[in-house]
Design a protein around this ligand. Structure first.
Ligand code: C2E
Ligand code: MG
Ligand code: MG
Ligand code: MG
Length: 285
C-alpha cells in the first residue's frame, strides 16, 4: 500500500496513528467492562503535616489492574474515560469508595490526629465532571446518607477548570464549600497559573506540582519558585501541599520554606485501604 502511494511521506505516519487510535479504542472498551466487573480499585496515599510529622490527610487514587496488560496509570485511562463519557460513572464510584473508607476510618477511632481534627480524604474531580450535567448535590447528599462529616472530605480540581470562567463552575465549587467540603487546587504551576484566579476562587489548599519539588534541590530557580508559591499562597490564606516529595532533602527544604503538608514516596506510596490502616497504626506519634 505504501509503495502504491510512491514517495508520499505522509503515509509513513498513518500506521502509527491508526495503531494509537485502535489501542485507545480497545482500552476504552476494556475500561467499560472493568467498571462493569468491579475491577477498579482505590488506593490511598498519606499526606503529612510537615510541622508535626503526623499523617493528617490522604489522597484517593484510582487503580486499574488490567487482566492482560498489568497496571495502567490513571494518567492514561482517565483522559480516555473523559472522552468516552465514562468519567462521571468512575468519578461517582471512586467517591463512594473513598467516602466509605473515610467513614470506616472515622469509626475506627484512629482518625484522631494530634490536632484533634479528623483525617481528611482528598478526591480528584475531573474538570469534565463539572461541565457535563453531573449532579453535585448527589455527592453532598451521599455524605448525609452515610453520616460522614463533610470536613472528612476534600476535592482536588486542576487549573484547567479555572481557565473556563463559566459561572456554573464557580457556583458548583461554592456549593461544595458551603456544604463544608474543602477544595484543593492540584498540580499548581503546570498550567497557566493565573494568579488572578486564586483570589477570585473559593479554595482552601494549593498543591505545588511535583515537577517543582523534584528539581528544587538541584535548581535554584525551582527552589525560588516553590518558596514564592508558598509565600503567596499563605498571604492569600491558603495552605500548601507539596506533591512528589521523594527525599529527606526535599522535605527539609519544604519545611524550611514553611510548606504546610507533604505528599510523596519519601513518606509512602499510595496503598490499598487495609495497608493504609496498618501504616497509620505503626506511624510514629
Ligand atoms: P494527581 O492528582 O496529581 O496525583 C498525584 C500523582 O503523583 C499520583 O499518580 C501519585 O501516585 C503520584 N505520586 C505521589 N507521590 C509521588 C512521588 O514521590 N514521586 C512521583 N514521581 N509520583 C508521585 P497516579 O496515581 O498515577 O495518578 C495520576 C493522575 O491521575 C493524578 O494526578 C490525577 O490527575 C489522575 N487521577 C488519579 N485518580 C483519579 C480519580 O479517582 N479521578 C480523577 N478524575 N483523576 C484521577
Ligand atoms: Mg490529585
Ligand atoms: Mg497533583
Ligand atoms: Mg499530577
Amino acid at each position: 500500500h505504501a509503495k502504491a502511494l510512491g514517495k508520499n511521506r505522509f503515509c509513513y505516519f498513518v500506521p502509527s496513528i491508526q495503531a494509537k487510535f485502535a489501542e485507545r479504542l480497545q482500552l476504552g472498551h476494556d475500561l467499560r467492562s472493568a467498571m462493569a466487573q468491579d475491577q477498579l480499585d482505590v488506593y490511598y496515599q498519606p499526606i503529612v503535616d510537615l510541622a508535626t510529622g503526623q499523617i493528617v490527610k490522604a489522597e484517593a487514587l484510582v487503580r486499574w489492574l488490567h487482566p492482560r496488560r498489568g497496571w495502567i496509570s490513571p494518567a492514561q485511562f482517565i483522559p480516555i474515560a473523559e472522552d468516552i463519557g465514562l468519567i462521571n460513572e468512575i468519578g461517582d464510584w471512586v467517591f463512594r469508595q473513598a467516602t466509605g473508607m473515610a467513614k470506616r476510618l472515622w469509626e475506627s477511632g484512629r482518625n484522631g490526629t494530634t490536632s484533634g481534627m479528623s483525617l481528611q480524604i482528598s478526591i480528584n474531580k475531573s474538570p469534565r465532571q463539572f461541565f457535563t450535567g453531573h449532579a453535585h448535590e448527589t455527592w453532598i447528599d451521599h455524605l448525609q446518607e452515610i453520616g460522614l462529616p463533610a470536613e472528612c472530605i476534600a476535592i482536588e480540581i486542576t487549573e484547567g477548570l479555572l481557565l473556563d470562567e463559566r459561572p456554573d463552575v464557580t457556583s458548583k465549587l461554592q456549593q461544595f464549600r458551603r456544604a463544608g467540603i474543602q477544595v484543593s487546587l492540584d498540580d499548581f504551576g503546570t498550567g497557566y497559573s493565573a494568579m488572578a484566579y486564586l483570589k477570585r476562587l473559593d479554595i482552601d489548599y494549593l498543591k505545588i506540582d511535583q515537577s517543582f519539588v523534584r528539581d528544587m534541590t538541584s535548581t535554584p530557580s525551582d527552589q525560588a519558585i516553590t518558596e514564592a508559591i508558598i509565600a503567596m499562597a499563605h498571604k492569600l490564606g491558603l495552605r500548601v501541599v507539596a506533591e512528589g516529595v521523594e527525599t529527606r532533602e526535599q522535605r527539609d527544604l519544604l519545611s524550611a520554606a514553611g510548606c504546610d503538608f507533604g505528599q510523596g514516596y519519601w513518606f509512602s506510596r499510595a496503598l490499598p485501604e487495609d495497608e493504609f490502616f496498618k501504616l497509620l497504626q505503626r506511624w510514629p506519634d
